[in-house]
Write a protein of this length. Structure first.
Length: 398
């Protein structure tokens, strides 16, 4: 046992020397992941986009239309930045990208309302930008309904109805809405919490594949294996140990940014956060080892790792609900640890559900750790015989 521990420490020390002697490692293992974390944290610092520019085309120029315009401008998501004279001018500004939408208030708006008619207030918004369009549509709809209710209330009170009857007529059913787990509708909770692990998993995958593949490419794998007492398990474990520590610290730092800087609510103990962070790093390192063992030629395994890492953004269910994907993609989504990370985060950390609801995802994390054993003999053969390099050289020579 002591011999194995010494071999493990010796391999880890050798890898640390390789890391410190090549600037590429410092860049890819520490600097770029750290900058990526800080970038995405600062990107969503406002939580929700506010004061998106819109225009108001006022053909009525009445006190009511002016009040409508001021009310829109007072909403948190929209800001009236211009009042074009015609719809054509407003559409031109929309096409230029200067505004996200515009409202058209018709002629005789106030007089038609007072005479009992039902004028139409039209609004157009850029729904190609889904988030901006949705926020503006929500603000304008709420504003229009609020002003309509106010006008209706004034007319009924003028007819002599009491306030209770007026409110019951305007809103027969009173809603009681509760926004669970993200009451402020913050995009930090929705976007940042998943973008940070998605960025980290790409770096973990690529560095794991590169650190092993470069040994085969540079023909140093036999020396590496001899230092590990010819045990491929010790060789891989010792090599990846320094990266495990670094990426584990980076994952904990991302949690610090989420829960202490952005103040995203956390409803579980710190122990579960530490456990989830460690399992996340180990799972992606295991997948990286599997890739380089499956394709010991470094350029091929790096391409596979990059393809797999990028697909995680779509198939983890972040950008589109998994439940509405074809069956084959729903099954494929299970092959991404970040999918299970997101489920644990949403159910246990954010919502505070009991461990039993997240237990299946923890078990799936453990399954990922078994992947290296599938290709362990193939990887050892590649480290010893280095025949994959020879095939590349022959092919290139031809």
């Amino acid at each position: 046992m002591n011999t194995h521990i010494k071999a493990l420490i010796g391999v880890s020390g050798r890898e640390i020397n390789r890391m410190t002697s090549r600037p590429l490692y410092l860049l890819a293992v520490v600097l770029l992941p750290l900058l990526s974390l800080l970038f995405f944290v600062s990107l969503m610092k406002e939580g929700v986009p506010v004061k998106l520019p819109i225009a108001v085309v006022d053909y009525d120029h009445s006190a009511l239309s002016a009040k409508f315009s001021r009310t829109i401008d007072a909403t948190p998501g929209s800001s009236v930045v211009m009042t074009p004279a015609t719809e054509h001018e407003a559409l031109s500004e929309l096409r230029k990208g200067n505004i996200y939408g515009y409202v058209v208030m018709p002629h005789n708006l106030q007089s038609d309302i007072m005479n009992g008619a039902q004028p139409t207030v039209r609004f157009y918004y850029q729904n190609g930008l889904l988030i901006a369009g949705g926020l503006i549509q929500n603000d304008l709809t709420v504003t229009l309904h609020t002003l309509s209710a106010g006008v209706n209330k004034q007319k009924r009170e003028a007819m002599g109805q009491d306030e209770v009857s007026v409110l019951a007529s305007i809103q027969p059913i009173k809603p009681d809405v509760h926004l669970l787990f993200n009451p402020e509708t913050s995009y930090q909770v929705y976007v940042t919490t998943i973008m940070l692990p998605i960025m980290l998993q790409i770096f973990i995958l690529m560095i794991t594949v590169y650190s092993i593949g470069i040994e085969i490419k540079e023909r140093t794998s036999r020396e590496w294996l001899r230092m590990a007492d010819k045990s491929v398990l010790i060789a891989v474990s010792g090599k990846l140990l320094p990266y495990t520590v670094i990426f584990f610290i980076l994952t904990l730092f991302s949690n610090f940014l989420l829960f202490s800087v952005l103040m995203i609510p956390v409803n579980t103990s710190a122990g579960y956060l530490v456990l989830l962070s460690l399992m996340f790093v180990l799972a992606y390192q295991a997948i990286g080892v599997f890739f380089v063992g499956l394709l010991p030629m470094m350029r091929h395994s790096l391409n596979l790792a990059a393809f797999y890492g990028i697909l995680a953004l779509t198939l983890c269910g972040f950008s589109f609900p998994i439940e509405h994907m074809p069956e084959v993609f729903r099954l494929w989504a299970e092959a991404f640890p970040v999918r299970h990370y997101m489920h644990i985060f949403q159910s246990q950390i954010l919502a505070g559900f009991d461990f039993v609801y997240a237990a299946p995802s923890y078990l799936k994390f453990l399954l990922f750790l078994l992947l290296p054993f599938v290709i362990i003999f193939r990887l050892k053969s590649a480290l010893i015989y280095q025949n994959f390099i020879e095939k590349i050289q022959i092919t290139d020579a031809v």
